[in-house]
Unconditional design. Structure first.
Ligand SMILES: Nc1ncnc2c1ncn2[C@@H]1O[C@H](COP(=O)(O)OP(=O)(O)O)[C@@H](O)[C@H]1O
Ligand SMILES: [Mg+2]
Length: 345
């Protein structure tokens, strides 16, 4: 089974819930729920930059998918009242791909590069002087007629988003003035997001039902909004359209979400780690091969939350299932024994 893709292009194009998603994305930082710490840091930076008459320093957001990186990146230029260009790291294969964005950047404007870790190394290196001195060097023509050109850029603010800050080189990371790691949201903030989303989508819902959906959302706003829509569909098809507790519980069960908010892929991951690999340590490549899933899907979408709730741990030898995983799956916790049986050591 493949999980619904969570990574989406920055403009939301091509996602299944298209218009709804766009309607639900906060347009101003003030509308965003939680994340007050980063909000305040950015507010201070915006204020200070304004007073000095300088553009905002570069900002990097890191964290698992669906936690608000793109939302922050698109709210910042609106709050600043400046223009914004959006590029995707995967599409930046050579320096020439980034040049138009840099030369078109207006004074003080925002250039948002999503999935910035997927940018090719040559582009990354090309960006260093652009970020630091707001100038780029390139060569016009080839061979005997080659002319080195130094082009001065307007002072822009680069906003980068990544699910893997670890893949960025140090020189690139160091050029960001603000580096913020987004973490999973506590259940009360997810409930608040759901109350907001229900209002936007004009869904009638009991508060306890929304709290139940929040508990099943793995601390992730995007998952919360997706589940809300699934529960709404259920309520409209099988009930009177109003989301109550009974309807939420039944719809979540139908979606295969359990009491910890884990879905079938999470459970398959844990079962494989325990059954095939004696609870680990096992390499993520091996687990991915056993599950017939992409390694990146596991690393981006499955493991962060399991690590967060302590169901697994990451060791130098690979992933290990911890006691709560066994308890949750109703299995006996004896990883050493299981390993002996499997490998005869
Ligand atoms: N702080 C927040 N408050 C309200 N809704 C949020 C917040 N963060 C994310 N969302 C919702 O979750 C969706 C996914 O967020 P997004 O910024 O696209 O995540 P990311 O870029 O980190 O993968 C958004 O469309 C928005 O509806
Ligand atoms: Mg995003």
């Amino acid at each position: 089974m493949t999980r619904e893709p969570i990574l989406q292009p920055p403009d939301d194009a091509g996602t299944s819930d298209g218009d709804d998603d766009r309607a639900l994305r906060p347009r101003r930082m003030q509308e965003m729920v939680g994340q007050r710490e980063v909000y305040e840091r950015i507010e201070i930076a915006v204020d200070a930059a304004g007073k000095r008459g300088e553009p905002l320093g570069h900002i990097l957001f890191d964290g698992p998918p669906g936690l608000g990186k793109t939302t922050f990146a698109t709210c910042i230029p609106r709050d600043l009242g400046v223009s914004c260009q959006i590029a995707s790291g995967a599409a930046l294969k050579a320096p020439k791909d980034i040049v138009p964005y840099l030369t078109n950047a207006e004074e003080g404007s925002v250039l948002f590069i999503d999935e910035i870790h997927r940018m090719q190394k040559a582009v990354e290196e090309f960006m260093y002087p652009a970020m630091e001195d707001f100038s780029i060097d390139f060569t016009l023509d080839k061979g005997a007629f080659a002319k080195p050109i130094n082009f001065a850029l307007k002072r822009f603010c680069l906003v980068g988003a990544t699910t893997r800050a670890g893949l960025l080189t140090n020189p690139l990371r160091e050029r960001f003035g603000i580096f913020h790691h987004l973490d999973f949201y506590p259940p009360d903030e997810i409930s608040e997001i759901l109350i907001r989303s229900a209002k936007v989508l004009i869904i009638e819902a009991d508060e306890d039902a929304l709290v139940e959906i929040a508990k099943s959302s793995r601390g992730t706003p995007r998952i919360a909004n997706r589940l809300l829509k699934r529960v709404r569909d259920y309520a409209q098809t099988l009930g009177d359209g109003r989301i109550d507790m009974d309807c939420a519980v039944k719809a979540l069960a139908m979606e295969g979400i359990d009491s910890e908010g884990l879905d079938s892929l999470d459970r398959k991951y844990l079962t494989t780690l325990i059954r095939h690999y004696g609870g680990g340590p096992a390499g993520v490549e091996a687990i991915a091969a056993s599950l017939n899933e992409e390694r990146d899907t596991l690393v981006d979408m499955v493991e962060p939350y399991l690590l967060k709730i302590g169901f697994i741990s990451r060791t130098s030898k690979g992933r290990k299932a911890n006691r709560p995983s066994y308890v949750h799956l109703g299995l006996e916790f004896e990883p050493e024994e299981a390993q002996k049986k499997l490998f005869g050591t």
